[in-house]
Ligand binder design. Sequence first.
Ligand code: BDP
Length: 585
Amino acid sequence: MGKSTVYVCFSILLMFNIYSSCHSSSLYPRPSETRQIQELNGMWNFRADFSPNSDRGFTEKWFRFPLSKTGPVIPMPVPSSFNDITTDKKLRDFTGIVWYDREFYVSPDWQMKRVVLRIDSAHYASVVYVNGKPTLEHIGGHLPFEGEIATFLNFDKVNRITIAVNNTLTPYTLPPGTISHHKNDPRYPPGYSVQVLQFDFFNYAGIHRQVRLYTTPAVYINDITVTTLNIQETNAILKYAVKVGNATQGTTISVEVVNKEGMVLASSSGDSGNIETKAAHLWWPYTMNTTHYGYLYTLKIRGKGLDFPLIARDFNMLKWLGANCFRTSHYPYAEEIMDQADEQGIVVIDESPAVGLKMKVNFCKKNLEYHTRVMTELVSRDKNRPSVIAWSVANEPKSDTDYAADYFQHVINYTKGIDPTRPVTFVSSSDYDKDQVAKYTDFQCINRYYGWYQDTGHTETIATHLSYDLDHWYKVLQKPIMVTEYGADTVPGLHAEPSFVFTEDYQVEFLKQYHAVFDKYRTRFLVGEMVWNFADFMTDQSVTRVLGNKKGILTRQRQPKAAAYVLQTRYWSMINATTPVHDEL
Ligand code: BDP
């Protein structure tokens, strides 16, 4: 009997009836005169459900009791992905449902307030119980969700929160995946099945961002949208809209524009309107000012989980390199990373988790609806961020098909509809003459691997391939183009002269070939270059990956390979250069 691939819509997704219950969240919790925060981060109890369908926890209702009463538990940090914490291979590679719980107290003062539970991200589908009662459900592993929980809480005794998280990826998840079964195959262990991914990074899972409670008054601000209508020197007109929860007849809204020092610059009242403010400062990337043109250069950083030391290190390395932009490949990054981009002047192309849409089934109607919902969640989370200059709806889908064209025409137009102020793009790996989606974008991103996956080892072919490619893309599209991936796997410390694939010498030679071409096009329609990748990263096990993807110009520990110095010299010379102009735009 051979191998069979079956698309399993894993029971947990059905069980949760998740499509009918989703609480997305747009305002990041911040303490104020009227809002208090209680963190639920720390060590939780944890157990993976290793039963054959990973459904024992649900059939035995583990959420009714402390997890430690229904079986063995191990300590698991929240936030973190559970995969790399223990030395257990079965847990690292686990596909199915894992359970977390912990106890907590809330102040009796909170009895009169709205209490909201917010989970910044749990991958992939989650059900949350408070004191044994189902409270929240969410699908999607990269965006926050929240809900009011006061009615479930004890104010006079201990509370318990239990979260079940399913990391199974199916053709109907974003990103999609499949489960390959080898049932009744004597050449495999009984019941053997394995998660097959359609993308190139490890499917890290669990509660990998913060879990917090926060309070609001009974009448509260639910959402704020701010857009800049006009700016003349330092005079700006801002348009705002405030959504109020539980508003009553007597609810009044006052709005103030406050600068960094806390000084009130302008004020208004009402739930929407325009405010004129003086002393406005335009947000610029730290590498640019009004005399520079908008060329972006950079790479991807790790953004799935939340790790403050790593975030700080990554932004230090971005600045050390002189990089001014990153794309959140291939899923929305933690809000704390986005905060740093806003604060430190790094431009972001904000990408959805739609990576690896390769099979026809991935473009079905159900996925289209879900994809637009994810765009809504992403846009509502990040819409007020000055660093976000564009939305990327997908990375490398099968964009040379008519079904992808129909699907993405819808997703792109939908995204433009919910945010008419920013350009929308997707990242193509198709050829200029086959791609059917690029015609719908505002600018086009392309990933190219000449001298790596194509003509491996032959850096002398890069310049002709790339020039041909860029010329033709521009001829067809007549719009700005950005190369959002180019790179070569490099094992740190490996050297060969003349260069050979996987050596540091090859990566250096390879990048220089691309840069020579970029320099010819960047005063024309090429608006950005992004090396793949900022740092090495973990992937699934495969014969083309040596403990992960090694295309980083930094190691996974964030130390430079030789290529990092090439980029550093290049980026800083661009920062210090006088301004060229995009002739053809
Ligand atoms: C591209 C993908 C990226 C991979 C890269 C690679 O967008 O996720 O990591 O290839 O193969 O196609 O290194």
